[in-house]
Design a protein around this ligand. Sequence first.
Ligand code: HEC
Length: 271
Amino acid sequence: MRYLFLFLMFAFWFASCTSNADSSTVLVNADFKPLEVDLEDLLNAGKFPPDTLITISYDHFFKRKKRFKAYSLAAILKPLVKNIKDTSNLRITFTCTDGYAPNMSLSKVLNNDGYIAVQDLDQSAAGKDWADSLAAKFRPFYLVWQGTGKTDDTFAWPFGLAEIRIASFIEDFADAYPMHNKAAQKGFNLFQLHCMKCHSINKVGGVMGPEFNYPKSITEYWQKEDIWNFLRNPQSYRYSAKMPAIGNLSSEEFEEIYGYLKSMKGVKPGM
Ligand code: HEC
């Protein structure tokens, strides 16, 4: 009897050890809980790597070569994601103070040289982080990339970057994804790349510009031609429009985006 008891104790101990190990080290996407991190909190907690001085050969905001004081983004992220076995289906969203919220594949971010910049080293004002005209919009952080092409728009360059969120694609994008409409999936990818950082579909996406699908699809109250013309020259519709002109979209790509927007008509969040 005593041996049986000991045996049972051992069996329970063994079982609980192995199941613990499972839940902490074998995090697969399905049970990955979204991770949200306030970057200033992380910095204040001493969890940033040492800062470095970097040169960016072509900065996508300043449109020229720039030097910054910055922190390696991969070095910030690696400890946060070290227990995740498979990062392939995870997205990282960069949430900014003005509602801009671009997202990228986490693997791509980990495999490239992103930096969180905190000071512009080219400006004349000594001791300041950013030029006065930029400080309010650039703080707390500005994300830049080393070694990406001048025309590569698959990297996000957000300023006013405050928070990062890491979640599985399904967790964050299911409500905006045309799951059962294969033809619209290319349009979704293009929308995600070009529009979703500012516009949401079923509340998924940035909140800098208006929502396009909930409760009513924009395709029900804006003509296709007007959407196309607006996105290429917003100020030709509203002198005060806050949307920057999108110049790098072909009419074929727009057709795909429009097809996607139409396919989402009537699809509600949670469906
Ligand atoms: C950098 C942010 C940003 C991006 C990227 C962006 N938009 Fe906008 N968009 C806005 C803002 C802000 C407005 C509100 C315009 C205004 O101030 O009148 C807007 C308005 C619009 C409107 C007018 C809608 C309405 O009901 O007033 C359309 C149409 C539009 N955007 C289409 C697009 C499409 C399509 C894309 C992607 C190809 C896109 N936008 C990308 C920020 C953006």
